[in-house]
Structures are given as structure tokens and as C-alpha cells.
Design a protein around this ligand. Structure first.
Ligand SMILES: C[S@@+](CC[C@H](N)C(=O)[O-])C[C@H]1O[C@@H](n2cnc3c(N)ncnc32)[C@H](O)[C@@H]1O
Length: 486
């Protein structure tokens, strides 16, 4: 159950102790090994418990915070010298009868170039224990958090906003490339934990209480990141969880965030949102989400996954620990009935990327693997939408693009030709022989016009007709990142 959040004053001694213990992602991975680490990802602690028995400070911290088990008081004192009592008083630890256990989670976290520590509420449901989550539970780092972190531009900027900060995970990343970071939330515990995490990692984050765009009305940001409470439900639940239930019905919270982004983005500023949206029986997903997009923003929306209503309801009832509990079937039935009533046939999960200052649109159904972090591909997408391409342009085929052909063995012509990117968004595009030849000949030296001229001779086709037919395809190959201006 949620507890008080330790005062920021404890951050410095805690940081020092975690540092001395060598409590880093790499050290924890080495200590646990691959199999016990994988088991822990599945919320099973038994293999990791067997590998953390030596009483060393590192093993003690892993047992306390990652495995949520009691440790002997003398081991806790060795790992957190002089800090056990203050951390008990501050609400991070609980001590009794010569043993100490954690009340909050505290774990190392890293990207390619930085190491951090992140405090959050404990992970519910380890080892099949019943999941009990309080209304103001503050999530740790989740797959949606890392998805958003990998989507977010890392350009150096002046001002960044972390809307719905939770434990402040996006703020940690933002602090590495934004001179000012503002983090907002409606949950005071989330703001207190973000404050603590900022101090623990020696970064500056200004926390503000308030809903959605309210706390930053009238301000402009160069980057906004948001992993909102996006669970799509009738919003009539008597026990909403603030990290996932916005209180607004359906996907209105996502619509409100997307529609409102333009008023808080600086020119050229990016807003990245990970979200769910409802897919209605009588409307294509991209048509519906497309209506939310601000007119003065470039928008790349990528649908990564679609769940059917029952799979979705099961997922989120289990997340709240209601599977097998009293009222489970009734809650499941009511939620499904509401989906039916609304005409919701599926739920999409994906990314909304908005860049203020253009009006290019792409809504892409793309459940395939992408190269992570995908942020640079999103940035390149925006640049490509504004590339001016005509017959005088010199284009280059992106170096990672390969051509795949398929057809009967020995046949003179392939049945299908596909251009495939091996980097970035990893798109695949079916092309005809002319497009394939155009792409292949785009070496950065010849102009589009020269290539079309040569092809018209080779194929014995009228040059103007070939140009009219294929210039749009060339532009589309540029917008999709297969070709780039030299
Ligand atoms: C899914 S968590 C995301 C936490 C974190 N940003 C991340 O990426 O993991 C959603 C966060 O939004 C907050 N939240 C809920 N309703 C909100 C609202 N109306 N306005 C702002 N934040 C809200 C929750 O308290 C929670 O911290």
C-alpha cells in the first residue's frame, strides 16, 4: 500500500550509498545472470534469490528492492551505512525484529550513455502474489515508458515538458538534452517521487500539480513527452487507478492531449505520445485519429498493435489484480457490453508524433520491428516530408535498403519486388520494375530527369509519360525514407 515519500534531503546520502555498493544495471545483470534476470522479468524471484545470498551490499540492495524480500539488519546497515533509520522514518524501508524490507522500489536504470536510479512504488504481483494496487500507485519503468523514451527526440533544446510524469522517468531522459524540464501530474505522490528522483540523480526538474495542459497554459515547449493514463473504459469504475484511468470515457484523454498539443508547442517543437485509441466498427482507425491532429503540425501516427476487446479487458482487469477476484465476471461483462454499445471493435496501441509548423500527415499501420531508438527515424521522417523533389533533384538510395525479389525459379521476370529498409522504421514497399530501377540508379550523381530519360530509352516509353507516371512515386519514396536528397 502506498506510503510517504522520503524527503529530498535523503537523496544525497542514498545516492552515495548506492554508488559505493556499485548498484548499476550492469552490475545487477552480472550478479543475476541471464536466466535469473529473465525470470525476474517474468516476476519470478526464486532464481535470483539463489544468486544473491552472499550478504554483500550489492546483493542486499537487489534482495531488498528488486526481489522485495527481507534482509538481515546487519546486511542492510552494511549496504546503507547510517541510513536505515532515516530511510525507515522517510518511508523507503520498514524495519522489524532484526530484519529490514523495502516499502518503495529503488533500482538502477540506464540508457546508452547514462546511469540513473529510480524510486517508485513496488512492483505488484511478484511470485504470483495477489496484485493489490492503491489508487495513487506510482508506476516504475514500464514497457510503455521505454517505448516513449525511445520515441522522443534527443535534440538539444531549451524547454521540455513531461506531462503525467509518474516517477519522472521521462524527465531523467529529458534532463540530458533540455536546459529546463517541467514535470506535471495530478498525483501528489508522483510529484514527490519525481522530486526525489531528480535529487537522487542530481538533475533539475520543476514539478507542477495539475491536469493535462492546465499547469502549463500559455507556455511553449520544444519537446513534450506523454505516456497518459490511456486505458479505454466506460470511466464508471468505482476504483480508478490514477496511473491508467483518466476519468474520461473512451479515448478522450488521448484526444484532448493530441488536440491541445499545438497550444503548448514552440515552432518546430515535438510532442510524442504513446496511447491507446478505440477502433470503431464503422470507421477506419486512421480516419478517426486523423481528425484529432492539429492543423498546424506535421503528424506521424504509427499503430503498433491492435487488441480485440476481450483481450484488452482481460489485460487491464489482470493489471488491477481483479482476475479471479469477486465481481471479476461482472466487471468483464460490463466492460465488454460498453465496448459493444459504443461500437468499438478493437483497441489500437501506438505512437503520435506531432511537430509544430507543418501539415504533413502519415498514419501508418506498422506492427513490425523497428530500429530502436526510433526517435531519429521520426526526425528524418519530418525532414523528408518537406523535401522539394523534381526532375533536377539528385537523390541517393539509403544505404540500408535492400531489394528482395520473388518469383518462379528460372522465370525471366520476378513476380514481386520489394524494397526493404534495414534501419529506422524498417519499412517494406512493393515496387514495380521501373521504381526499382529508379531507386537502384539513384546514386546522388544523376538527376531524377536523367534517370527517367535513360529509362524511357531502355523501356521504349515516352519520356513525358514516364515522368508523369513516376515522379509521384519518386516523391513518395523520398517521403518514406527510401531515397534522400543528396
Ligand atoms: C502511465 S503513467 C506514465 C508515467 C511516466 N510518465 C512513464 O512514462 O512511465 C501516467 C501518469 O499520468 C498521471 N495522470 C493521470 N491523470 C492525469 C491528468 N489528468 N493530468 C496529468 N497527469 C495525469 C498519472 O498519475 C501517472 O503518473
Amino acid at each position: 500500500m502506498p506510503s510517504a515519500v522520503p524527503d529530498r534531503a535523503l537523496a544525497t546520502p542514498l545516492r552515495d550509498a548506492l554508488g559505493v555498493a556499485g548498484y548499476t544495471v550492469g552490475a545487477v545483470d552480472d550478479l543475476l545472470g541471464a536466466a535469473a534476470g529473465a525470470a525476474l522479468h517474468r516476476h519470478e524471484t526464486a532464481p535470483a534469490l539463489r544468486r544473491t545470498t552472499d550478504g554483500s551490499p550489492l546483493a542486499t540492495l537487489v534482495r531488498l528492492f528488486l526481489l522485495q524480500t527481507s534482509v538481515r539488519r546487519e546486511h542492510a546497515d552494511a549496504a546503507l551505512p547510517g541510513l536505515v533509520e532515516p530511510l525507515v522514518a522517510g518511508g523507503l524501508l520498514l524495519a522489524s525484529a532484526g530484519e529490514v524490507r523495502a516499502v518503495l522500489d529503488c533500482r538502477p536504470y540506464a540508457d546508452d550513455s547514462r546511469d540513473w536510479w529510480v524510486v517508485s512504488d513496488l512492483t505488484p504481483g511478484l511470485d504470483g502474489r495477489p496484485i493489490r494496487v492503491a489508487a495513487d500507485h506510482v508506476l516504475g519503468v514500464t514497457p510503455a515508458s521505454t517505448s516513449l523514451a525511445q520515441l522522443t527526440t534527443r535534440d538539444e533544446v531549451a524547454r521540455a515538458l513531461d506531462l503525467g510524469t509518474g516517477c519522472g522517468i521521462q524527465s531523467l531522459h529529458l534532463s540530458s538534452h533540455a536546459r529546463k524540464v517541467v514535470a506535471t501530474d495530478v498525483n501528489p505522490r508522483a510529484l514527490a517521487i519525481t522530486d526525489l528522483n531528480a535529487a537522487l540523480n542530481r538533475i533539475e526538474v520543476e514539478t507542477r500539480a495539475g491536469s493535462l495542459w492546465d499547469p502549463v497554459a500559455g507556455e511553449r515547449f520544444d519537446v513534450v513527452t506523454c505516456n497518459p493514463p490511456f486505458v479505454i473504459s466506460p470511466a464508471t469504475d468505482r476504483d480508478p487507478l490514477v496511473y491508467r484511468d483518466s476519468g474520461l470515457p473512451g479515448d478522450q484523454v488521448v484526444e484532448t492531449i493530441v488536440r491541445g498539443a499545438t497550444s503548448c508547442l514552440a515552432d518546430g517543437g515535438w510532442c510524442h505520445v504513446v496511447a491507446n485509441w478505440a477502433i470503431h466498427e464503422d470507421q477506419a482507425w486512421d480516419e478517426r485519429v486523423g481528425r484529432w491532429l492539429p492543423a498546424d503540425c506535421d503528424a506521424l501516427v504509427v499503430q503498433r498493435e491492435v487488441l480485440d476487446p476481450s483481450a484488452y479487458v482481460e489485460l487491464w482487469l489482470k493489471d488491477a489484480g481483479r482476475h479471479g477476484g469477486p465481481g471479476y465476471l461482472e466487471a468483464y461483462d460490463a466492460w465488454l457490453g460498453w465496448f459493444e454499445q459504443q461500437g468499438i471493435a478493437g483497441i489500437g496501441f501506438g505512437w503520435v508524433n506531432l511537430r509544430r509548423g507543418g501539415s504533413a500527415r502519415e498514419l501508418l499501420d506498422h506492427p513490425y520491428a523497428v530500429e530502436q531508438p526510433v526517435a531519429s527515424a521520426v526526425g528524418e521522417w519530418a525532414t523528408a516530408q518537406h523535401a522539394e523533389v523534381d526532375e533536377r533533384s539528385r537523390l541517393s538510395l539509403r544505404v540500408d535498403v535492400v531489394q528482395e525479389t520473388r518469383g518462379d525459379p528460372g522465370a525471366e521476370h520476378p513476380e514481386t519486388i520489394v524494397l526493404r529498409q534495414r534501419r529506422g522504421l524498417c519499412r517494406a514497399r512493393r515496387v514495380d520494375t521501373v521504381e526499382a530501377a529508379l531507386a537502384g540508379a539513384s546514386d546522388g550523381e544523376l538527376t531524377v530527369g536523367q534517370i527517367l530519360e535513360a529509362l524511357s530509352v531502355l523501356l521504349e516509353r515516352d519520356r513525358d509519360e514516364l515522368t508523369a507516371a513516376y515522379l509521384p512515386a519518386v516523391r513518395s519514396l523520398v517521403r518514406q525514407g527510401f531515397l534522400a536528397l543528396s
